[in-house]
Ligand binder design. Structure first.
Ligand code: HEC
Length: 112
């Protein structure tokens, strides 16, 4: 009897955690962020717009380039920009840390 209660509490607890995790994930709309703040340079298809290429964007659909960069490097570049390329604006003031982290899989998805 007692173990049944423990099991149901565990099940309920994990359902609660799962729904919390989903609620957080839903708060960040990476599609919207990309369309509003990134597509201008990186293009809807991730390959880069003419303006973006002029600034030196890389082709997000290029798997080889993607694998040459780590997730941490992406987070760092989006947050702080690139000190060697002043055309790359830092987004640390415009997006939260969670939002920037959520953008990494979004960028990765272009090469899938
Ligand atoms: C004003 C144009 C512009 C906008 C807007 C822009 N980027 Fe970039 N982005 C660049 C340029 C230029 C580079 C190449 C920088 C370099 O390494 O020289 C770049 C590089 C990157 C890289 C590769 C970084 C690395 O470490 O190799 C990622 C990832 C990235 N951008 C994501 C984003 C995301 C996400 C957004 C929207 C929140 C965004 N960018 C908005 C111009 C832009």
């Amino acid at each position: 009897m007692r173990s049944k209660i423990v099991v149901s509490l565990l099940v309920l607890g994990s359902i609660f955690c799962l729904s919390l995790a989903n609620a957080f994930a839903d708060d960040i709309d990476t599609e919207e962020i990309y369309a509003e703040k990134c597509a201008l340079c990186h293009g809807d298809d991730g390959k880069g717009t003419d303006a973006g290429k002029g600034f030196g964007t890389k082709d997000f659909t290029d798997k080889e380039w993607q694998s040459s960069r780590t997730d941490d490097e992406f987070v760092n570049s989006i947050t702080n920009g690139n000190p060697d390329n002043t055309n790359y604006l830092p987004f640390g003031d415009m997006l939260s840390e969670e939002e920037i982290k959520a953008m990494v899989p979004h960028v990765r998805a272009f090469a899938h």
